[in-house]
Design a protein around this ligand. Sequence first.
Ligand code: ZN
Length: 348
Amino acid sequence: MLVPLNLPSERSDMKISLALLSVPLLVGIWACRDADGAQAPGQVPADPDSFVFADSVRILADLKTLSHDSLEGRRTGTRGGVLAQAFIKAGFEEAGLTAPPAGFLQPFEFSDRRDTTQVTQGANVVGFVEGAEPSLGAIVLTAHFDHLGVRPPRPGTPAEAAGDSIFNGADDNASGIVAVMSLARYFVQHPPRHTIVFAAVDAEEMGLRGAYAFVEGGWPELMAVNVNLDMVSRSDSLLFIAGTHHYPDLRPLMEGVTPRPPVVLRFGHDQRGIEGMQDWTGSSDHRAFHAQGIPFLYFGVEDHPDYHRASDEFEAVDPSFFLNAVRTILVAVKTLDERLDSPLSPIP
Ligand SMILES: [Zn+2]
């Protein structure tokens, strides 16, 4: 999320443990085992529950890596940002994504709005799976990988009071990137009807610069819909879908997505004037697509006490919520791929 918000903090430490996996996911894995209880080598389950269970150790390991102190908060233009690009590129290659003609990295630069002599180099990491029916256009999955870097600690959280100056951004937005990388592993093995573009974008925290660079760079096919992930790994229960207020044709499709506990899906955060519910239409990378009239769905959680604090760390993530959020987002993208047949238009 882009908009800084300082909230008083009381971080609840929750240790990552596979024992916290929810029962539905545990049940799912048995469905893809044969009579001997063994899973065929190299097989990627088609069923989303089974797939996410099989991928869960990797998902959590990737989240831990991307939010590690050695990546120094992944600020755009820093060593940590470049390390994050390399990690995501390796993940895309390993998944078997196809690179665009210019390669997986899409470099861009931008100048500071107040001091135009200050130029920052960023790079998006982009790969795709070609669809069986390319005339349907592309589903563009986005998440930003940059975060706030290293900055002086401020009082307000125990971590920063103790001198922690690395803003790891585990939820914001290593979580969205890791979900994108997992879905890449799924869709390479289970080819979609639409082309699916996997775009890990840079410089969101500096004004959605990577998302604008991607949209302005264009894509050879129609961009049918953007699915943006930004903060999807921790919540008491609610995972929001924003965007259907602007693109109501998407709502019945998403109403068919049934989440597993503890995830509860809620529509909202996409219009002004709703008491107690901020309008998130402009608050993350989907804004760059919406500005071009490209329909979007944004998945994210409410701001929490560790939002934009040094305490947004791996240990504060809720693995059960996160894995079930990844599973829910996979089901949502599969639903779009299966049911979206013609271009959508915004409300007049
Ligand atoms: Zn974010």
